[in-house]
Design a protein around this ligand. Structure first.
Ligand code: KG4
Ligand code: ZN
Length: 352
């Protein structure tokens, strides 16, 4: 167990929890109340700031979080119809992520909690993603299997309870979102590549190109997407490079990733006996993935639970929710500012 977590019965917060997300290129703030649900959330995306560089520039990201965070906190409290004095706790993303960006959120959250005399908690970013579907009506309950597919991670996790996570499969190289982004870049699409590639894929024709479904021909739940990127590069370089070809390749690439993810999800459900699959992280916003998993669920008798599109990508609501659950279970930390640029999800303590 991570020693920075102190189990403190009696510190159960009363009142809404402020959530702060600053792990990468999105400043997200939200207020979540255990009794009343999500009261407000705001998001500022730095996409324009990084677009000229073709990717996130960490130092620019940190500086922009500094500029945007406090105005967003004020706006979010206003939208929630509360003042800072009404807060019962503060949650912030403590990792994994860019260290400078994380420190901005951690310092603001810790200082605010200190000033208000309420507990604060550092939330694992991927636990936030994993719990995001719980923000929806009829929230899925553990046990379930979670497919976490973001820019930095592709993982299948067995969730026995909130905080009890077992890694079933991981990526050996590129994460699913990273594969989308890199593939988009090599075909000349603008940053951020994932959503641009997915949009282009809608214009692609079926069956013009076909790429491998990596690591589906052998048992196991791990992923590997970097070879797929090379296949696309070869196809693109050997093509006429027309707009239609670009769309056809995008479609075949998306089909390959989606089918691979669906195959591994079905395997993970079979291996664990779980009847619910939770999908989260930025790639969870992919429409083909959502449709194919929903169809597989109908066919095979499992429930596929997704967050709404805006809560698939980074946001403050998922951090407020995860923090509220942990604070309500009596967890908080010593008042030092800490972040974990790398952080094993399985090292988190269970709720009770
Ligand atoms: O969860 P997220 O916002 O940030 C991380 O924690 O990484 O995920 C961002 C990733 C990016 O790689 C982005 O290209 C990908 O999610 N993404 C998508 C789509 N929307 C975002 N990938 C495929 N299809 C989409 N519609
Ligand atoms: Zn994320």
């Amino acid at each position: 167990m991570d020693e920075s977590f102190a189990k403190a019965p009696g510190v159960v917060p009363v009142g809404p929890v402020l959530g702060i997300e600053t792990s990468c290129d999105e400043t997200g703030v939200a207020v979540y109340d255990a009794g009343r649900g999500l009261l407000a959330h705001t998001l500022y995306s730095q996409i324009k700031l990084h677009a000229d560089y073709g990717g996130v520039v960490p130092e620019l990201a940190s500086r922009d979080h500094v500029r945007k965070l406090l105005p967003l906190v004020r706006e979010t409290l206003e939208r929630a119809g509360i003042s800072s004095a009404d807060l019962g706790g503060v949650a912030y993303t403590a990792g994994p992520g860019l260290i400078g960006a994380l420190l901005v959120g951690a310092a603001a959250a810790r200082s605010l909690a200190w000033a208000l005399g309420v507990p604060a908690i550092g939330v694992h970013h991927m636990e936030g993603h994993l719990l995001a579907p719980l923000l929806e009506a009829d929230p899925p309950q553990p046990p379930f299997v979670a497919l976490l597919v973001s820019g930095g991670h592709s993982m299948l996790i067995e969730v026995a309870a909130v905080g009890r996570y077992r890694l079933l499969g991981d990526t050996l190289d590129d994460a699913a979102g990273e594969a989308f982004d890199k593939t988009a870049k090599l075909m000349g699409l603008p940053y951020p590549g994932g959503p641009a590639l997915a949009k282009l894929a809608e214009q692609g024709r079926e069956g013009v190109f076909r790429f491998a479904r990596p690591m589906t021909d052998r048992p196991g739940l791990d992923f590997s997407f970097s070879g797929l990127k090379t296949q696309v590069l070869l196809a693109w370089q050997g093509s006429d490079r027309s707009a239609q070809t670009q769309a056809d390749i995008a479609r075949a690439f998306e089909e390959a990733i989606v089918e691979t993810l669906v195959i591994k999800c079905r395997r993970a459900l079979a291996a664990t006996g779980a009847k619910t699959l939770v999908i989260a992280g930025g790639v969870g916003a992919n429409r083909r993935l959502r449709a194919q998993l929903a169809q597989a669920g109908e066919r095979e008798g499992f429930r596929a639970a997704f967050p709404r599109l805006e809560f698939c990508t980074d946001n403050g609501a998922m951090i407020a929710l995860a923090g509220a659950l942990r604070l309500a279970a009596g967890q908080h930390e010593t008042p030092s500012i800490f972040v974990h640029p790398r952080w094993d999800l399985q090292s988190l303590p269970a709720l009770r």
